[in-house]
Design a protein around this ligand. Structure first.
Ligand code: SF4
Ligand code: SF4
Length: 341
């Protein structure tokens, strides 16, 4: 049974209620004909008829760039002052189940040995409201990686669309239940009788893709220099777009920026698709060709994440397929890899 019902017309009441308590409301908004997650202003209209926002909402937990310390250099030495993360109460509205499932992978990386508090503090203060998918496109493949539009992993609250011009609201976590109670004025406790959940969009499982077999194959080292990698990824131009939109990609670099004697230490998104990513100071680069960089990304998704963290490196959102300027489709590589002994 649902824990509440929210009329679409009352979404702004929920936004106002979140704002009144000092929180920010991140939601899909249409900007220049693209639907993107952004922190909404009262004048923004939340997009409702989208398949998946073009960007991942990871940037509200793991910003594209952030100062993690300030430094100044004096005659007496170097002074380094740490900066606390700007962790605010945040509501992510309109996540999709695939993307919500990626949070376990981000958390695993950012708590792997060292606790990266700039991530964990933000995630702890975030409530993820996922809207189950009633539409999709050819790039969606969550079911092929073991998820579905009904998956609740990573969500705090699930919304299911109905024909009664509103959503059935379900608490998934205790955090989600507390959120529903804290904003009780925004929704009705009971759903109208005609509020029946709409049929969900189930992308077909891609025939011939065997995730287990891919994982087993990648564990062995003999695939490493196979010509197949270069053949399959020849058209990649190394732009890095796939990594920036991917909800589980997490690589970053640390740079010191500022003047000679003072400045900031910044954490910036980086991409394993750039040739400078693994370039050593000596000039040696262990991934000195684009196909090696692409192989690394694929291994990260289907070998490193599952082996090291037991989590999904790819949640089948299809974002990388949609944004790639040369249409290098990761599912085609998955199919080819599944065929090999
Ligand atoms: S690899 Fe592509 S399909 Fe998989 S989670 Fe990342 S962006 Fe989505
Ligand atoms: S988006 Fe496409 S071209 Fe760009 S790095 Fe990724 S696979 Fe290569």
């Amino acid at each position: 049974m649902a824990d509440g019902f929210l009329k679409k017309d009352d979404l702004n009441r929920l936004r106002a209620s979140v704002a009144a308590k000092g929180g920010r409301f991140v939601a899909p908004v249409t900007v220049a004909r693209q639907t993107v997650f952004k922190e909404t202003a009262p004048s923004d209209e939340v997009a409702l008829g989208y398949i998946l926002a073009r960007n991942s909402y990871k940037e509200f937990l793991f910003p594209q760039t952030e100062a993690i310390a300030e430094f100044s250099i004096h005659r007496q030495g170097v002074e380094l002052r740490g900066k606390d993360a700007d962790a605010r109460d945040t509501v992510i509205f309109g996540a999709r189940p695939c993307e919500a499932a990626s949070l376990a992978s981000l958390r695993a990386v950012f708590t792997w040995g060292f606790i990266d508090e700039s991530y964990t503090k933000r995630e702890d203060k975030t409530v993820v409201i996922t809207v189950a998918c009633t539409s999709g496109d050819d790039a969606c493949f969550c079911t092929t990686v073991g998820l579905s539009p009904e998956s609740a992993a990573g969500s705090d609250v699930m919304f299911h669309e109905t024909d009664a011009d509103g959503w059935l609201v379900y608490a998934v976590t205790e955090k989600g239940r507390a959120f529903i109670e804290a904003h009780a004025d925004a929704w009705s406790a009971a759903a109208p009788e005609d509020a029946v959940a709409r049929t969900l969009f189930m992308p077909p499982v891609i025939a011939g893709v065997d995730i287990k077999k891919i994982g087993e194959r990648l564990k062995k080292k003999d695939h490493y220099d196979e010509p197949l990698w270069a053949e399959l990824t020849r058209k990649c131009i190394g732009c890095g777009a796939c990594t920036y939109v991917c909800p589980t990609c997490h690589c970053f670099d640390i740079t010191d920026e500022g003047a000679a004697f003072e400045g900031e230490r910044r954490k910036n998104w980086d991409s394993c698709q750039y040739d400078s990513f693994t370039l050593h100071a000596s000039g040696h680069n262990p991934r000195d060709a684009q196909w090696k960089r692409w192989r690394n990304r694929f291994m990260c998704k289907f070998n490193f994440y599952p082996e090291k963290f037991g989590s999904k490196g790819c949640v089948g959102c299809g974002r990388c397929v949609r944004v790639c300027p040369v249409r290098l489709d990761i599912t085609e590589v998955m199919e080819e890899m599944s065929k090999r002994p």
